[in-house]
Design a protein around this ligand. Structure first.
Ligand code: SF4
Ligand code: MG
Length: 330
């Protein structure tokens, strides 16, 4: 299927007093129209910075996109003016975050906030935009939307606020929704409801979703394809089914083993040993080698690059082909 977004060799760095943090260090990935791509990794791996780079929302200073391309429908977003980006943000590409309270303005009503985005991008009158806001709140399953538009963010529960954020993000019918840990702050039941809602809306509205999460359980529930990131780089890219059946990168395998399963006793739960490397002092060779259970001398000296090992399958590990042949199972 056709690519909506194509990121090529993206490099986003942060210039700190202690040195340069290469938060995103040569990332390649793409998102097809209408698909849900999961972007997975521990915090600090560069997944949020990648998504903020797409939106051109990297705070500068200290951050800066120093290289690469971000093609959206074939046009490089990195070459757009700030005025052009304002037309794209919230209109062609929308974003929702983990904690909706920080993105909602406490002093405006829910209705006014959704209406503002609609007025800005669709040129509707305020009255028409409020009508549309009510329609959007109904779409995301908020009861009594005619009353809710008059309420303020603090009057809603966390789950309802996240529904409002989704309503706002989708009000201009974006082609891409970036969702950064959208359910992490919610309790398990509400989390399931929000994921269900996102799935349903994706089907109805046909947008693509870039779902950023540290939770592979969420990925299994939601995504067609997955990109796994580690220390600023993509280490594996695969169809979700293939990834879960046969993780090729040892880091992916570690992540999969750390998903709690109902048939597993808690004390047997595997956690990847060691910590994410200090971004100011990355290990030589493969960045995962200090934590990798199958590392060799070559891994300590040489950095593997992302290589295609099967159709739709890329891995940055010297052992990938061998592991593909053997059929490693998590
Ligand atoms: Fe492990 Fe070596 Fe593969 Fe890196 S390249 S993941 S250290 S086996
Ligand atoms: Mg993050």
């Amino acid at each position: 299927s056709e690519k909506l977004v194509e990121i090529r060799n993206l490099q986003t760095h942060y210039f700190t007093e202690d040195g340069v943090v290469k938060a995103v260090d040569g990332v390649d990935l793409y998102i097809n129209r209408g698909e849900t791509l999961g972007v997975v990794g521990e915090s600090g791996c560069g997944k949020s910075v990648t998504s903020l780079s797409i939106m051109r929302l990297i705070p500068n200073p200290p951050g800066k996109i120093v290289g690469g391309e971000i093609l959206f429908e074939g046009e490089d977003l990195l070459k757009k003016s700030e005025a052009e980006m304002r037309k794209i943000r919230g209109n062609e590409i929308s974003m929702i975050f983990q904690e909706p309270m920080t993105s909602l303005n406490p002093v405006y009503t829910i209705g006014d906030q959704i209406a503002e985005a609609i007025e800005l991008h669709q040129g509707l009158s305020h009255k028409e935009a409020i009508e549309k806001a009510i329609e959007m709140l109904r779409l995301v399953g908020i009861p009594l939307p005619e009353q809710r538009v008059k309420e303020y963010p603090h009057q809603l529960s966390g789950g309802m606020r996240q529904r409002v954020m989704i309503a706002m993000a989708l009000s201009c019918n974006p082609k891409l929704l970036i969702a950064d840990e959208p359910t992490t702050a919610l309790d398990v039941t509400i989390q399931a409801q929000i994921l269900e809602l996102m799935k349903k809306l994706k089907k109805e509205l046909g947008m693509a979703i870039m779902l950023i999460t540290h939770d592979l359980g969420v990925v299994a529930e939601m995504c067609e394809r997955v990109v796994v990131m580690y220390a600023g780089k993509v280490v594996e890219e695969a169809d979700a089914v293939a990834l879960f059946q046969n993780p090729l990168h040892p880091y992916t395998e570690g992540l999969l083993k750390s998903i709690p399963r109902l048939d597993q006793e808690v004390e047997k739960l595997h956690v990847i040993e060691g910590a994410v490397p200090n971004p100011l002092n990355l290990p030589e060779g493969c960045r995962f080698h200090p934590r990798c259970p199958v590392a060799t001398d070559r891994c300590r000296a040489e950095q593997p690059t992302l290589q295609q090992v099967a159709p739709g399958r890329k891995v940055a590990c010297f052992l990938a082909e061998e592991r593909l042949m053997k059929g490693v199972t998590a």
